[in-house]
Design a protein around this ligand. Sequence first.
Ligand code: HEM
Length: 413
Amino acid sequence: MTVDEAGRALADPTAYADDRRLHEALALLRREDPVHRVEREGYNPFWAVTRHADIMEVERAHTRFLNAPRPVLVTAELDAMNAERAAQGIALRTLIHMDDPDHRVIRAIGADWFRPKAMRALEPRVRELAKRYVDRMAELGGACDFVQDVAVHFPLYVILSLLGLPESDFDRMLKLTQEMFGGDDTELRRGTSPEERLAVLMDFFAYFQELTAARRAHPTDDLASAIANARVDGEPLNDLDIASYYVIIATAGHDTTSSTISGGLRALVEHPDQLDRLRADPSLMPPAVDEMIRWVTPVKEFMRTAVEDCEVGGRRIRAGEALLLSYPSGNRDEEVFEDPFRFDVGRDPNRHLAFGFGVHYCLGAALARIEVRAFFEELLPRLESIELGGEPEGIATTFVGGLKHLPVRYTLK
Ligand code: HEM
């Protein structure tokens, strides 16, 4: 593989479905050209930032590297469509699309809800849901597709409970989030054309518009009410900002955590010594959770756009050029992690970048850790044995993802 081929893999959804190929490409880039210019047909050019230190530097300088107008990697066609919609004032504007001063104000609305203290109050409900899904595994009789039968449901139900949505709507939301985030994958997608993607977005908007109206008429104490009734400078948020908030919470909180739980289980199955170690010493659960998050790194990238000419990792970047922050690469950086390709449930320190860094640092990090921990704390004491029941299959996406199928055979107490 050449350095240019490795760079192009970053804009190839299928490369992310194959861990070995992906990490071969990322290791080559870190070694040979850590800030590498990628030109791939169908995509606007970008710089791939693959070293931990350079990713941190870009994230830290949030007034010089903006999330707008290109927060994630999409095709040139979608970039153009997004720019057109932004000019018309009808584009999705979530936290990840914003910069200060708007970002700080809008983030504060949700931030209260996601403080570790508030999350601890939510823990009993999370544990109850985790137990429900371990019971589900038992009901399935010793074999299942762990992703489709368990992992995609549990985190979505946590997030929908947090928002205050009724359980009867959960299946509809599951389908919509998969259509939105599984957008490059032929099995999950509704379609990849701009029109089909827009249709998915519009379905989301319609659902959340109804919810806003209901929470304004009858406020409750859930997150949906806090968003629907929030005021900025004395004014309520407009429909687009409200819908965008729901979309980012519902989508960001779902596939990320479910991918971590399935990838984490796979790592434990494939490293039985680490599974035994964790079962023998449950006090290792907090570092084990972070090691699973590092190992899987479900968010593959975010992008930033340079405000002015500058230098990153010794490369000259021009104003207006985009940089892709490769989190899977930063999380295997040999300069930062001792033996980065070893799965080590006791890893300490573990300065992974899976939740990003700086002002956009993941709002749901505390919740995600609680969910992963609750699930494995329910599962492990009941688990007598577990093995793969077939070949795991990855999702083809350049953005958020992990496994699509994880067949397992197991015995539960
Ligand atoms: C942002 C990762 C779970 C809500 C982010 C970012 C990453 C990330 C990398 C961007 C950070 C940056 O630009 O520096 C993850 C991972 C998760 C996870 C790996 C699970 C293991 C969640 C959960 C929620 C959530 C459970 C909550 C519902 C958000 C929100 C943002 C965000 C709202 C936007 C923050 C902003 O732009 O200010 N996440 N996330 N995430 N995440 Fe998460």
